[in-house]
Design a protein around this ligand. Structure first.
Ligand SMILES: [Zn+2]
Ligand SMILES: [Zn+2]
Length: 141
């Protein structure tokens, strides 16, 4: 059987009722596989997340031992406190730039705390739990 004959048979098959159903089933299956792959870890967002995990995180820190603040790099799964780049002690906790005075201050775990420099008040009870995570947009209140 030559290729042209096979093609005509396929065309004739597609034009029949069961043939169309078969084509639709194939298309649906292909779409389902594509969606399954996307959900299974191949979306752009998840690729980005994997890239971030691979190179670790740039974080701001505040050292409870030497009171220095600054930027450092930590492995994605490494928990705080991390080793302070200044004094070498594992006393560096997460920090952030104060919205009031723009200085780097300790990110306290307390639901409510104040900036030690300008007394700007942070009330974390109003923030969504995901608000501090990078790469996610927090819902605006
Ligand atoms: Zn230190
Ligand atoms: Zn402040």
């Amino acid at each position: 059987m030559d290729d042209e004959g096979r093609l005509q048979r396929v065309r004739r098959f597609i034009n029949t009722g069961p043939g169309r159903v078969a084509v639709i089933v194939l298309v649906v299956a292909a779409v389902a596989i594509a969606i399954g792959r996307a959900v299974g870890g191949k979306t752009a967002t998840q690729r980005q997340a994997a890239a971030i995990r691979a190179r670790g995180l740039n974080v701001l820190f505040y050292c409870r031992a030497c009171k220095k603040t600054g930027k450092t790099h930590k492995a994605f799964r490494e928990p705080f406190p991390i080793v302070c780049p200044h004094c070498g002690r594992r006393e560096a906790v997460a920090a952030f730039v104060c919205a009031g005075c723009k200085r780097v201050i300790e990110a306290k775990d307390a639901p409510v705390f104040r900036c030690p420099h300008c007394q700007h008040t942070y009330d974390q009870r109003l923030l969504a739990p995901t608000a501090q995570r990078p790469g996610r947009t927090a819902p605006k209140p």
